[in-house]
Design a protein around this ligand. Structure first.
Ligand code: BGC
Length: 425
């Protein structure tokens, strides 16, 4: 109890009480952290920018301040190089688009902040399919939050070009080749492709899945089984890759993936084999699925998934930590999962999101995900960093790109593949 004698001159007990109450009311808000994040990502194309804006808006309308750090370059190779430079200089961004085993690689280095409290509070274990949740964890604790599920094994097509050639969406690789031969004879590029190694790898893994089957894909690109990497089946895969090389135009080298998508949009090319971020491009350009563009899974019985997620780097400061936790929470939120994925071309990672506004390719993706999971066909994409650690994935991609851009025989490529993987282990 304050004795009136203790009061400073001019102060009254009432005045002190008012100040004390005011400070009690104000204290929490004054000391409350102001959530902020610096976000490193590689979403710079038309569809991708719209999607990332949905995340920025969600974050801002929940009181956060977002500093954007986009690093252009499909597949994220350039973004990962930028990340390493920032980490080496002791100044990592607070939130980073990271995927697959690289999440565990960074977490094992002690570079990531823990998100398990957010995961528990938000009930992520119940909201995420276990296979996706596992990609987000190290030793059972959440260290990343998933935004979506992209499917990689898709063919996108221009319906008008197909109609003129009298062909339909191919259901087998032989049908693909027959359709491509017809289209080529009409003077149109059958396959829109960008000669960047990650795009070569994207096509390659769909061919491995289609020609080898689900079990072969698993043995070759997940288990790194030498008897699958250097095998007659792998020789057939490279034969098909050689054929594909003949279906791309002369200017393919170095072309960005979204420019290849544009070739399909404007009828310069018939097909593109690319994950469903390509659908984000069609949609951002106002194109209608089923009318202006077609989608169908590449021939095969599996589903190659690619989950985009964000990990939070271990940084100091209440504002930064508050920003990381807020971002993680919002990412798995129901509203965000819907809005973001409508732009991005992917489907929600979270279960139970209302899909009524999604179009038929997204419904096909959701349906196939469920069906393929039952037959062991729900498989992580190696080309998009979901299946292997960096060194092994890099070793495979080097051989795939080398073969695609040279006269290397299929048998030599299969041998080189096994050798490169062995050396990388
Ligand atoms: C990412 C997608 C992105 C695509 C093209 C993929 O690896 O998962 O989110 O749109 O690369 O950059």
């Amino acid at each position: 109890m304050i004795h009136p004698k203790q009061l400073f001159p001019g102060q009254t007990l009432r005045g002190i009480l008012i100040a004390a109450v005011a400070s009690l009311v104000l204290a929490p808000s004054l000391s409350k952290a102001e959530p902020k994040v610096e976000v490193l990502h590689w979403w710079t194309s038309g569809g991708e920018s719209k999607a990332v804006k949905a995340l920025m808006d969600e974050f801002s309308s929940n009181g956060g301040t977002w500093t954007d750090m986009p690093v252009a370059g499909g597949g994220g190779d350039a973004a990962m190089t930028a990340l390493k430079a920032r980490v080496l200089s002791g100044n990592p961004p607070t939130a980073v688009q990271l995927k697959g085993p690289s999440i565990q690689e960074w977490a094992e280095e002690g570079a990531l902040g823990d998100l398990d409290d957010v995961g528990k509070a938000e009930n992520w274990d119940a909201l995420l399919p276990p296979q996706i949740a596992n990609h987000m964890k190290l030793k059972g604790r959440y260290v990343a939050a998933p935004v979506n599920v992209h499917r990689v094994d898709w063919i996108w097509a221009n319906p008008e070009v197909l109609a003129r050639a009298g062909v339909s969406m191919p259901a087998t690789w032989d049908e693909f080749n027959a359709a491509a031969d017809k289209i080529k004879a009409m003077g149109i590029t059958p396959l829109a492709h960008g000669g960047q190694s990650w795009q070569d790898a994207t096509v390659f893994e769909t061919v491995v899945l289609g020609i080898g089957g689900n079990d072969f894909y698993k043995r070759a690109l997940i288990d790194l089984d030498m008897s699958a990497l250097d095998s007659p089946t792998m020789v057939k895969v490279f034969d098909q890759m050689r054929r594909m090389r003949g279906y791309v135009d002369d200017n393919f080298s170095g072309r960005d993936w979204n420019l290849a998508t544009a070739m399909v949009m404007n009828g310069e090319a018939a097909f593109q084999i690319m994950g469903d971020w390509a659908k984000g491009e069609f949609l951002a350009a106002g194109k209608k699925p089923g009318t202006d563009f077609l989608c169908s899974p590449t021939p095969g019985k599996g589903y190659l998934y690619n989950v985009d997620s964000f990990a939070m780097f271990d940084v100091k400061g209440d504002d930064n930590v508050a920003g990381q936790k807020l971002l993680a929470k919002l990412i798995v939120g129901e509203n965000f999962q819907k809005v973001f994925n409508l732009y991005k071309g992917s489907i929600p990672a979270r279960l139970g999101v209302d899909m009524s506004e999604f179009e038929y390719c997204a419904h096909r993706s959701a349906y196939d995900m469920e069906v393929t999971a039952k037959i062991g066909g729900l498989l992580p994409s190696y080309a998009h960093g979901m299946a292997l650690r960096g060194a092994q994935a890099g070793a495979i991609t080097d051989v795939v790109t080398k073969h695609f851009n040279s006269n290397m025989s299929s048998a030599d490529a299969a041998k080189a593949l096994a050798k490169a993987v062995k050396q990388s282990l």
